[in-house]
Design a binder for this molecule. Structure first.
Ligand code: BGC
Length: 749
């Protein structure tokens, strides 16, 4: 058959299928066959005034068993796995679920898009690299988070996708987790709010959103064999609370269940996680999709609440059809799976407003938005007054290390975005999984643009003594240090990789005006902290990173980000000194200590989360440990004063006055923490609200912060419900979890 006759055959087949479908539709809706066809809409589910649930059920009544099965699994990693069949309409993303063309149900085109769209290069497309999600969380700005999602959503739409499979919200229980850059830090409220708003931004573009990895995929080491053990109370008050808030705010179409086990059951066939908590307690109406190859069974998974196997058909293809035909899985349950998918598609708008025609993404708008988010999220950790740099006193600058002459580092794995023009440090080499990719946003270039008339010289930092001698000859040294992190590996330690600590110490010894800019996925230790004049944590700052860093260094933008995660002084201060399951062999010297591929070669192991909900700042506070930098910490170029605390217990709001007492304008993130009544025995405060407030020099603002009720609740396992204690709560307000000048004791419930 030639191409033309194939097309004709396909068109005829489609027409026949459509006619058959229409006939079935009419019968199913009790339409009288003698009635003129024109009085009935051909596809009544296309009536957008009906609810997504009604529309989904109308479609389900038209579906054959095979079509239902077709909608609960898909293909994936197609372009990544040569030799696997790729359907003609495949859009090149991580997954595709083939739609039902005869009923006008489009295929689901799913794209990894944690920090921007992945796999654009294969299609010769461009995608904006945003700062890491951890960076977005450092802005403590729901509007920036929404913008983050908007960039992803509009670019997905331009490229013909209709689902994002980003939305990572796993909490930073272990600061060495390789995927921390994809997540929003250690606090359930901050993480849930950040990711919830990212999802909203995505979905405002009529793109289906997702939240992942549900749940407790808090380390990469052994992610496919680890069994997480935690009490239900601690689970609900920590990791699951981040999901609960993220889902409440973002209303994502799907939840991706994770690879690991939780209390002996795989997350993707865990009745408690999926049926009981997600669909029961939270009334989640969307669908549960397995992480890629995270499905382990047919009957058990289907009955435990998994709605879609991705990718492949081993469990939710013929095997599920057989299970339904033999009534081991009731048809009602299969219909529920399909209903959840279809109602999400209707609700998100991907059927009414499909992503056509395709467009070229707007790289300029993407750059501007990415840079704006980076500027809000870079955290100034130390400053002896050297920053911002002033031309009057600075005639020469030494810029050192981390390929700052060509670009900024990005995070790897399924969050890897392809760099325009190729990897900035090696443009012609194809990028492989696990290899560091630099984006062409050179800090050196933008420092030079700011410092016209100043001698700016670069040293690669590969030889500490040559870097030190350049630093010695300059008025100021700016050392860049970076840390590559990726899915499928964790960092065995909190140290900067390689010899970067030695480099920084050598430069700082040569020049007292040494400023360190960190481009890291995770918190790191800083053995040189007392030797340097300043430190900026820029995270993975995205495609506008070079510009953003330079703007902060020169004071065009006031630093305002604050840490969404505690920086520990050493691994010994963490709840677990070593990563669960990290073998001595896997820890020997690599930047990434462990590769998940090793999972197939060894037995499973348990991760006992005996710290419960007490990790991050809650751990450091209750153990009386001094962190290197506390949660919520970040400096500005000005100073803020807090006064006049008032707590309205009925309205559950906290009001205070914030004054900018410094010489420069600035933005403060004002944080509210609450300690529960003492009788409960909890020995830490919880973040309960905050506000990002711009205040000009000499001005003051009255700020009111609503308290999030779930952030100050405890989970009662016996009643299987949230509870609020009576008694006096301690409300504290200030600029970080360790700097809380205002305090009040009040009964809130
Ligand atoms: C990751 C997911 C990702 C999926 C598809 C998995 O290995 O854990 O986050 O969405 O692959 O690429």
């Amino acid at each position: 058959m030639n191409v033309h006759s194939r097309t004709v055959a396909r068109t005829v087949a489609r027409a026949v299928a459509r006619a058959v479908g229409l006939t079935i539709a009419f019968i199913a809706h009790g339409a009288c066959l003698s009635q003129p066809a024109t009085t009935q809409p051909a596809r009544p589910w296309m009536n957008a005034s009906l609810s997504p649930d009604v529309r989904a059920d109308m479609v389900i009544r038209q579906l054959t068993l095979d079509e239902k099965i077709q909608l609960v699994h898909g293909i994936g990693w197609g372009p990544l796995m040569p030799g696997r069949p790729v359907p003609p309409d495949n859009n090149g993303g991580a997954g595709e679920v083939i739609g039902i063309a005869r009923l006008g149900i489009p295929s689901l085109q799913q794209a990894d898009s944690a920090v921007g769209i992945r796999m654009a290069a294969q299609q010769s497309r461009y995608a904006t690299l945003l700062p890491s999600v951890l960076a977005a969380a450092s802005s403590w700005d729901p509007e920036a988070a929404h913008l983050y999602g908007d960039v992803i959503g509009r670019e997905l739409r331009a490229q013909g996708y209709n689902q994002s499979i980003g939305g990572g919200v796993n909490l930073a229980r272990d600061p060495r987790n390789g995927r921390l850059f994809e997540y929003a830090g250690e606090d359930p409220l901050l993480a849930g709010v950040t990711v919830g708003h990212v999802i909203r931004g995505v979905q405002d573009n009529q793109i289906m959103g997702d939240i992942k990895h549900y749940a407790f995929n808090d380390q990469e080491t052994g992610r496919m064999i680890v069994d997480v053990r935690i009490s239900k109370k601690a689970a609900r008050e920590s990791d699951l609370l981040a999901f609960e808030l993220g889902i409440r705010i973002g209303r994502p179409s799907s939840v991706m269940c994770s690879y690991n086990k939780v209390m002996a059951d795989w997350a993707c066939e865990n009745d408690w996680l999926l049926n009981h908590v997600l669909k029961g307690a939270w009334h989640f109406p969307g669908f549960v999709v397995s992480d890629w190859d995270g499905t382990h069974s047919t009957d058990k998974a289907a009955m435990a609440g998994l709605d879609m196997q991705m990718p492949g058909d081993e469990y939710f293809g013929e095997a599920l059809k057989h299970a339904v035909s033999s009534d081991r899985v009731p048809m009602r349950r299969l219909d529920d799976m399909v209903h959840r998918l279809l109602r999400s598609m209707f609700s998100a708008g991907v059927i009414d407003q499909p992503a056509t025609p395709r467009r070229v993404v707007d790289p300029f708008r993407g750059l501007e938005d990415a840079q704006h988010i980076a500027e809000e999220s870079i955290v100034l950790l130390k400053n002896d007054g050297t920053l911002p740099l002033h031309f009057a006193s600075v005639r020469s600058i030494a810029v050192i290390g981390a390929h700052a002459d060509v670009g900024v580092l990005s995070g790897g794995g399924s969050a890897q975005v392809d760099a325009p023009g190729g990897n900035a440090i090696s443009p012609t080499t194809p990028t492989k999984w696990g290899e560091a990719v630099y984006f062409p946003s050179s800090p050196l270039r933008y420092i030079r643009e700011h410092a016209r008339g100043v001698a700016v010289q670069f040293d690669a930092g590969t030889n500490a003594s040559s870097a030190a001698s350049l630093a010695k000859s300059a008025d100021v040294a700016i050392v860049f240090a970076d840390q590559y992190m990726s899915e499928s590996g964790d960092s065995p330690t909190l140290s900067l990789p390689g010899k970067q600590n030695e480099l920084i110490s050598a430069v700082a010894a040569a020049n007292p005006h040494t400023v360190v800019v960190l481009i890291t996925g995770n918190p790191v230790t800083m053995p040189w902290i007392d030797q340097v004049a300043g430190v900026m944590e820029a995270w993975y700052p995205g495609i506008g990173g070079g510009q953003a860093i330079a703007n902060l260094i020169f004071g065009d933008v006031a630093p305002s980000g604050k840490l969404p995660i505690t920086f520990a002084k050493s691994e010994g201060d963490l709840p677990h000194e070593h990563i669960f399951g990290l073998t001595p062999h896997s820890a020997d010297g690599n930047a990434l200590g462990y590769w998940a591929a090793d999972d197939q070669k060894r037995p499973g192991f348990a991760a006992d989360y005996n710290e419960g909900a007490r990790f991050g700042y809650k751990w450091f506070d209750s153990e009386g440990k001094q962190p290197l930098f506390p949660f919520g910490y970040g400096l500005s170029y000005t100073k803020f004063k807090y006064s006049d605390l008032q707590v309205d217990s009925a309205a559950k709001t906290v009001t205070f006055t914030l004054e900018n007492t410094g010489a420069l304008n600035g933005t403060e993130i004002a944080e509210v923490y609450v300690g529960l009544p003492k009788a409960g025995g909890e020995r830490f405060r919880r973040l309960a609200g905050w506000q990002r407030v711009a205040v000009d020099s000499g001005q003051q603002r009255v700020v009111t912060v609503p308290l999030e009720p779930l952030a100050i609740a405890t989970f009662d396992e016996k009643k299987d419900a949230w509870a609020w204690a009576s008694g006096k709560y301690t409300v504290s307000v200030g600029g970080s979890s360790r700097d809380l000048p205002l305090q009040a004791e009040v009964a809130l419930y």
